[in-house]
Design a binder for this molecule. Sequence first.
Ligand SMILES: C[S@@+](CC[C@H](N)C(=O)[O-])C[C@H]1O[C@@H](n2cnc3c(N)ncnc32)[C@H](O)[C@@H]1O
Length: 243
Amino acid sequence: MISRPHITPYEEMNLNKKEQVKLMFNNIAHRYDFMNRLLTFRIDTIWRKRAVKLVKPFSPKDILDVATGTGDFAVQLAKLKPTKVIGIDIADVMLELGRKKIEKKGLSGTVQFIEADSENLPFADNSFDVVSSAFGVRNFETLEKGLGEMHRVLRSGGHVLILEASNPENMPFKGLYKTYMCRICPAIGGLFSENKAYSYLNRSVSVFPTGKAFTDILTHVGFTEAAHYPQSMGVASIYLAKK
Ligand SMILES: C[S@@+](CC[C@H](N)C(=O)[O-])C[C@H]1O[C@@H](n2cnc3c(N)ncnc32)[C@H](O)[C@@H]1O
């Protein structure tokens, strides 16, 4: 397993990354959707739609959305008319808000949320046609363990679909992007939510593997045909791979 910098939300706190991540997302849950729309100028909604389009040709029946949070990716995936979408997350407050969203959208018959850990999924091997995660994998305590679990529960021939924030390499306005991530996001985060959460966002994205570095990890975990689809000049990335 490759060792990489261990980035946690609350550096001074004596809790492991998983406990800190759960605490942070529960703390910011009520502002989470609003902050996503604000900080990405609503482009996050386009990225989720584009990602879901990639698995539409496979007409998946059983879908698992890992680190589902308040369920925005699960809602998009439900538009593929699968038999079921199960969303799992460790942050119970995020899930509670997700459940209200699902009910409001009349999706309770298709989408179901369960409190569970991506690194120890409570499902049998080969259970799903698509296993997805949007902005989730960067937060795992052990990336390879979480991806390994996603591989295990996927059926042979099924697809893993990952959307994640990434580091733009050849962006003409890289300096501006850095200022936005390092200074502006945490400042806006501090105004409306929790400053530490948005400084963690910047710190965690800056060290997270992007592009080939990430598709290599997918291959190492056992996936095949790993492909990378950079979004918005590389500030986000979609990855699709097969079991
Ligand atoms: C940035 S949010 C993404 C939420 C949602 N997927 C979206 O598209 O907005 C990251 C989520 O990952 C969850 N998470 C982090 N580590 C996890 C783990 N080990 N197991 C399950 N969920 C986890 C957090 O609780 C949080 O809700």
